[in-house]
Design a protein around this ligand. Structure first.
Ligand code: RB5
Length: 155
């Protein structure tokens, strides 16, 4: 089992107008812990379209420029739909910590989607901490299943 080295990882963040305040709080939370972050915006309450912010983040994660990504909109749902259209992205929309840990260890999720209307800042910080610290289990059955998910990119 590979233990993730949080101190050397780069975590990408992006949000729409519904999620940017929570996104900014999460970026500050990780920066205070000395973890490198990349902020793809948005950075204002002006109305914008969540796919425009999911796209550059997913490209950065899929290319390996960033290790993991966190997307925030009002519900997390639109962001997860947009993210999962990208080759190499396994995005999970979660509203509590158990699902976050399991989607890392079972699904090797590389993007976490959060809804600012759904989760408070304290819980969201806990969820992001778990997301970046939980390794993929690499059990044979999980590797096989994730490989099958990845193969769907080629259809
Ligand atoms: C924006 O109003 C809202 O639709 C968006 O933040 C997101 O929740 C969509 O899924």
């Amino acid at each position: 089992m590979i233990k993730r080295k949080e101190e050397t990882m780069k975590v990408a963040f992006a949000a729409d107008h519904g999620g940017y305040k929570l996104k900014d709080a999460l970026v500050s939370h990780l920066r205070e812990k000395g973890i490198e972050t990349v902020d793809f915006g948005t950075n204002s309450p002006d109305s914008c379209d969540y796919p425009d912010y999911a796209d550059p983040l997913c490209r950065a994660v899929a290319s390996g420029e960033c290790d993991l990504g966190v997307l925030v909109c009002s519900t997390g749902l639109g962001m997860s739909m947009a993210a999962n259209k990208h080759r190499g992205i396994r995005a999970a929309c979660c509203s509590e910590t158990v699902s976050v840990a399991l989607t890392r260890s079972h699904n090797n999720a590389n993007v976490l989607c959060l809804g600012a209307f759904i989760v408070g800042e304290h819980t969201a910080c806990e969820m992001v901490d778990l997301f970046i610290s939980t390794p993929f289990s690499e059990g044979e059955r999980h590797v096989r299943r994730v490989n099958k998910v990845n193969a769907l990119d080629e259809r």
